[in-house]
Design a protein around this ligand. Structure first.
Ligand SMILES: NC(=O)c1ccc[n+]([C@@H]2O[C@H](COP(=O)([O-])OP(=O)(O)OC[C@H]3O[C@@H](n4cnc5c(N)ncnc54)[C@H](OP(=O)(O)O)[C@@H]3O)[C@@H](O)[C@H]2O)c1
Length: 249
């Protein structure tokens, strides 16, 4: 199946390494031009740029703190000069602290909310109007499954990202008439070579009907589908890629 994203300009945030890098490489492999965003991982970003270039597509590197509207607007200026307009955004960047609510100092939760919730608004406000004008575009927001299920140790990022689910549904309604699709992808635990204590891993596996953690290929296939015209009649939805960890109707 041809995904028909050849020549599309796709912004992937937080893509220097990890899941974002995997998504950027998978899209480049399909012929998409990549705007690779990073915040602090410059060395890894430059390495990923080199790998993307091997696919013979255009790649533009942009830097910014998504919690800052000034940074996001400056990213847009750099993108305009480097590649023109964006056709799709995969917002993969995130900041989540793993601890109980009562281990936070008052106010320590603000940064997570700024990145995980306000960052999504900053991206949408900056980039969606141009997509609406040209009557086409895709906005995909990656979150953790905890935003749907709750998780006592991801209590702040889960709350912030549960807000993004609602935000993307409303945005899908606002921008749908201009042929913009806005969807959320909720992830379970992804194997990125972390070392787990065997007992902890066994406990985690009990929560996964498919009895394994996810990997980056498990994610990138679905993201490519959501970036492609094959998903043009899907909007305002939440797709869980989670090995069955939660099964929400
Ligand atoms: N890994 C998992 O098992 C899992 C499970 C559920 C959900 N998720 C979500 O999936 C996404 C990717 O996960 P990951 O484990 O590959 O990476 P990650 O380390 O959680 O985050 C990806 C990138 O986000 C960027 N970032 C953080 N704060 C930022 C800010 N204020 N502005 C701009 N960028 C910022 C960082 O870029 P720099 O390094 O350049 O600073 C980081 O590399 C994340 O949103 C994560 O929460 C992951």
């Amino acid at each position: 199946m041809d995904l028909n994203i050849n020549g599309r300009n796709i912004l992937v945030t937080g893509a220097a390494k990890g899941i974002g890098r995997g998504i950027a490489l998978a899209a480049a492999n399909e012929g998409a031009n990549i705007v690779l965003h990073y915040q602090s991982s410059k060395k890894e970003a430059l390495e990923t740029v080199k790998e993307i270039e091997r696919h013979g597509v255009q790649v533009v590197l942009v830097k910014g703190d998504l919690a800052s509207i000034d940074d996001v607007q400056n990213m847009k200026k750099d993108i305009s000069q480097g590649i023109g307009e964006i056709d799709a955004i995969v917002n993969n960047a995130g900041f989540a602290q793993y601890k109980s609510f009562f281990k936070y100092q008052p106010g320590e939760w603000k940064r997570e909310i700024d990145v995980c919730l306000l960052g999504v608004m900053n991206l949408a406000h900056t980039f969606i109007p141009d997509m609406m004008e040209k009557k086409g575009g895709k906005f995909i927001n990656i979150i953790g499954d905890s935003a749907r299920t709750g998780d006592r140790n991801f209590i702040i990022s889960a709350a912030a990202r549960s807000g993004t689910i609602s935000f993307l549904k409303s945005l899908a309604q606002e921008a749908g008439r201009n042929n913009i699709q806005c969807n959320t992808v909720a992830l379970g635990l992804i194997d990125q070579g972390q070392s787990f204590d065997p007992d902890v891993l066994e406990k985690i596996m009990k929560q996964y009907p498919l009895k394994r953690l996810g990997n980056i290929d498990d994610i990138s296939g679905s993201i490519l589908f959501l970036l492609s015209p094959w998903s043009d009649w899907i909007t305002g939805q939440v797709l869980s890629i989670n090995g069955g960890h939660s099964m929400l109707g």
